[in-house]
Design a protein around this ligand. Sequence first.
Ligand code: PEP
Length: 253
Amino acid sequence: MHRKKLVAANWKMNLSPGQGQDLVKRIKSKLPENLNCEVIIAPPFVYIASLTALLEGSPIQSGAQHCHTESSGAFTGEISADMLSQLGVRYCLVGHSERRQLFQESNDFIRGKVDVILKNHMVPIFCCGEPLEIREKNGQNDFVRKQLEDSLFHLKADVIQQVVIAYEPIWAIGTGVTASPDQAQEMHAYIRSVLEANYGDQVSTEVRILYGGSIKADNAAVLFSQPDVDGGLVGGAALDPDGFLAIIQAGNS
Ligand code: PEP
């Protein structure tokens, strides 16, 4: 089974409107001609409509960084999955460690978000990963397995197959410290083994598992060459057009 690689940019709360437009235009204009991986850009909400329109006709798809579990109502400041879907957004991050830590998103709330994203025909990019103190105690496998069990494993086999998982060890996010290719491969293979135990061989070989955490132009290729790493979720390095294009190139080979 061939899993198509996927490279996703998470801009977080960065860039002015003009900088965002420029960045998308530069990436669009320099994409490899023989692009054979998927490319996603998740800008801040306020840019999502104009950037989704700008991306129309290009192979790059837009993604959202968050959504609420409800479809409408008195939730000041929130955005629903229906709204995103109607704007042409096709992917939505869920379970990012910054949302878990800074906005107290629980595994239950994350599960509700997964459901509403799927209900609106978008693909959840489900982020999981352990903090440093858990890795130091070698508890990362149990930690990640519980995140998967609590927020994903209620899904039926034909549904979970559509989900993209992103393994993002918290100690590697925005720190400049990257998991070694062996550490990434080890966890990705473990996640695949948990998928297999719960859903069987077909699901475990089809689900794409991205790595995230200080991916840069100079480490992307070796990370993406690991057998169970199907691309990357990129924060800081996605704000620089040349750096992000080099990462796309690494996902393209
Ligand atoms: C992220 O926030 O998803 C991320 C991977 O960030 P960075 O690449 O900056 O570590």
